[in-house]
Design a protein around this ligand. Structure first.
Ligand code: HPA
Length: 275
């Protein structure tokens, strides 16, 4: 699928959101599967449903709420996506990443991303959190395919440091201060929606994966394209041991995400305080 989004459409989405009172967002936040509770910590100024925003796709996954939350977190104006779009839902990469481009037009200066992921590195236990230090993209299509939007960024964006060093350092020091074990590693993005086979987990481990999931990388690509500093944290919801693999259900993933979410909330909230 290759639904192209134009710069005019991105601007129209941004204008609509601005008219709803979202005027000074500094930090963008993406809340992954089972990780919507951070919203309870935000002093909410405005809520905008995705279904009302021109050009926004509508989330098809029940565990994702599908709205923008604008408010104050850690003393900063934040714009949080409660629910994100995934490739497996049938959207194009340009649709999936539209909200990130819109955030940039709305003035967002830093992007904090979260996701639920499987632990491929078996030293990393389920319920723990991992700072994404680098990634490997195994998803088909690329959000930057097509004529380049020169107003947003260059044709061939650099990827030598996709996750911002300063934000990463801030997350690491915040984790240390709070006695949160924050692993670091490589996230591999797969298309999904099926989880992986034993042979695929073995292959992912061999290629250098520490975690695997179905999101984040498209958003990080467009953020880098626009020069928007970003950092991402995986909540590890299951252990992907090819030699001892059990079936996992969405319920188990959500249950574990809810436990680790407490750490994620502390990290994102306190990082906002220090930005
Ligand atoms: N693969 C395996 N386990 C997972 C994933 C995934 O994409 N997401 C959350 N747990």
């Amino acid at each position: 699928m290759h639904k192209e989004i134009t710069y005019e459409q991105i601007k129209a989405s941004a204008e609509y959101i601005k008219a709803k009172g979202v005027e000074q967002a500094q930090v963008g936040i993406i809340l992954g599967t089972g990780l919507g509770k951070l919203v309870d910590e935000i002093d909410i100024i405005a809520i905008v449903d995705y279904s009302d925003i021109p050009n926004f796709p509508v989330s098809t996954v029940e565990s994702h709420k599908g709205r923008l939350i604008y408010g104050v977190l850690g003393g900063k104006k934040v714009l949080a996506m409660q629910g994100r779009f995934h490739y497996y839902e049938g959207y194009s990469m340009q649709q999936i990443t539209l909200p990130i481009r819109v955030m940039k037009l709305l003035g967002v200066q830093q992007l904090l991303i979260s996701n639920a992921a499987g632990a491929v590195n078996l030293d990393y236990k389920k319920g723990s959190v991992m700072l994404i230090d680098d990634h490997i993209n195994l998803q088909p299509e690329n959000p930057l395919t097509g004529s380049n939007m020169n107003d947003l960024g260059p044709r061939f964006p650099d990827m030598s440091q996709p996750y911002d060093k300063t934000l990463n350092q801030l997350l690491i020091s915040t984790a240390n201060k709070n006695n949160i074990t924050l692993h670091q590693g490589v996230y591999v993005a797969v298309p999904g929606p099926n989880l992986e086979t034993r042979a695929e987990y073995r292959w992912l481990r061999n290629m250098g994966a520490d975690a695997v999931g179905m999101s984040t990388v498209p958003e990080v690509i467009v953020a880098n394209h626009m020069g928007l500093p970003c950092a991402a944290i995986s909540v590890l919801t299951d252990e992907c041991d090819p030699d001892n693999l059990h079936p996992v259900s969405l319920k188990e993933i959500l249950d574990v995400a809810a436990i680790a979410e407490v750490d994620l909330i502390q990290l994102f909230k306190q990082v906002c305080e220090h930005l």
